[in-house]
Design a protein around this ligand. Sequence first.
Ligand code: GLA
Length: 759
Amino acid sequence: MATRKRESQDQDARVIVHDEDGQFHLTNGLISYIMKVDGEGKLLNLYFGQAVADRESFAHLIELQHRPTATCRIEGDMTYSLEHLRQEYPEYGTGDYRQPAISVRQENGSTLTDLQYLDYETIEGKPELEGLPATRAGEDEATTLRIILRDGLTGLKVALNYTIFDGSPILARSARIINEGNQHLVVERAMSLSLDMPDSDYDMTIFSGAWARERHPHTHHLHEGIQEISSLRNASGHFLNPTAILSRPGTNETMGETMGIGFVYSGNFDLHAEVDTYRVTRIQTGINDANFAWRLAPGQDFQTPEALVSCTTGGYQAMSQAFHAMVRDHLIRSPWNKRARPVLINNWEATYFDFNEDRLVSIASKAKEAGIELFVLDDGWFGSRNGDTAGLGDWIPNKERLPRGLTGLAKRINDMGMKFGLWFEPETVNKDSDLYRAHPDWAIHTPDRHMNHGRNEFLLDFSNPDVVENIYRQMHHILSTANISYIKWDMNRFVSEGFDTTRGPQSQGEFHHRYILGVYDLLQRLLDAFPDLLIEGCASGGGRFDMGMLYYTPQIWCSDDTDAVERMKIQYGTSFFYPPSAMGAHVSIVPNHQTGRVTPIRTRGNVALFGTFGYELDLGTLSEEDMEEVHRQVAFYKEHRQVLATGSFYRLRAPYGNHRCAWMVVSEDRRTVIIGDYTILLEPNGPYTSLKLQGLDPQADYRITCTGPSTIQGLTLRGDELMRVGMVDSDAASGEMGGVNPLGSTKDFDSRLFVLQAD
Ligand code: GLA
């Protein structure tokens, strides 16, 4: 990585610096991000949006106006007020009454700082953020601009990092807070991104939900004041995902200017938009400052996690495409980022805790017959884990269930020609476990206070390196003794009574972040030791589905809800920021265990195919007809999995409150297209409908095949027609003539796949 000072004013550079004017312009032909140091040494934001040509000075974009009641900086001057200047890293107490990006308590109790521009450097590529997940890029792919601000009185420095990537409308940001003074400082707030946009005419879309209904999109128009999503669970949580969209009113999937914000972190977060008196919108995301206080002795520093922000004009779709590519190409660190994933079978919903080695082998062998490649043993294989009250923390095979241990079971599975995968919940402990009996102090607790449980479990104090080391050793041993190619990393409760028992009273505000650093450390160490290991993240389903975890775990169990209809909603919402290859999706039994709903196996498969595909049932319980369908599904997935893993995903018809849902994937070479077309509740005698496809080669001829009834079966149609006129997918079942209609008899929860192939 080459570090360069004084970047040229070369118009082809990703970072154009006009030194004499203190102006910085990051641009790549897609976006422009322009900042300027003003006469007071403050770093201001002048513009973020679609690319604009560079010019010597954009200083005219700074509007200094006399605003009655404004708190002004320069005596005798009524126009310079930080209350209405758009700043890059605003502070408390400066006359700017909006949320600060940083707040640092000093020895005299004050949190007032006055950060002034000091210096900058440009770095080809992207430096890693030590101990934290973050996007990565080589010298030929990205440039990082680092701007240093300094508070003269305390010696506090802030290094703001901005990375611009070739071919991506996404900018990566983070900040490093450095104590170069000689007093002890406490960082009480340090945002990863703070961005002041000049107006507030935006709709804000957030992704909220609960266990079993994660990440449903909800949109509202911005109003004055703060609109915030956050988590204090020390996990991103089921409730609010650390992502949001700000879009111009009227934006739809294909049209409209959109900003996407994603936080690369898995713990307590805050993401908000604050509209001020002058309708300026301040967007911030970072570690939640509640219960946060990080001590910095002289010489120490603190690195914030990374935040990503995009600007695109092609509607939600363009934003999603950009984030999917960023996740696949720059975020996921594992070699699995673009690899097709194995078809798996997981025993959880088939057996829960009721299994032994023979039962597992029988489930696996039936799966093998259908072409399934990986058998995953879920909860219950270890310690005294016969139910959910005991065993967590003791990662030793349960000899009653598995008399030949994991080695014996893995060998039987491997001998069948299948790979073997295993469930862990590394961060948790039951009181009824040898680990807890030996180290009761390792469970998170506040001395002399009541301990709440979640599903009878307690969390281990991952802020304590001894705890992480213990779990690392246990897991390393298991992964070294049996042939294990995949693990499911679960986490089924959230932090309460957070307390650091090893570092003393001054460190309590560091606890939550240190816990997350411990989780990342364990993941990193395991991947260093077993680089090819495929890890699937999970937290009671999709309770920790975020870009921080995706760095280590290229796929995450999307939700415990495996009902096909609910899954359409969950996967649809998840797809705004995360690609299908990140979404664990399984076919399970009916009546569905979460909703009681009965959907055809065809539809359960057709939904799960647009994720990392697998099964979670005993195939031995299926009818012959359903088993034939399973064989077809597995064969279909294997034929198309590379396209499904690396193709471009487009949402076509939203499942919320609708009768139907549709989405599609287009291969990188645009020759293969796979469309999932779903009926939720049949609309009798419904309208004529068509799907306007996207991302096709307009000049190519696509031959259409459909797995269900369709009036266009076998036709060859051109890409331009399919995108502009649309692909007919009317579903006109009325039933009046006993179900006879041109399309066959469509029913509730029915579905079909279209495959379009160009030569
Ligand atoms: C969580 C996961 C499930 C399963 C169980 C096992 O709920 O989300 O998939 O692994 O734990 O206890």
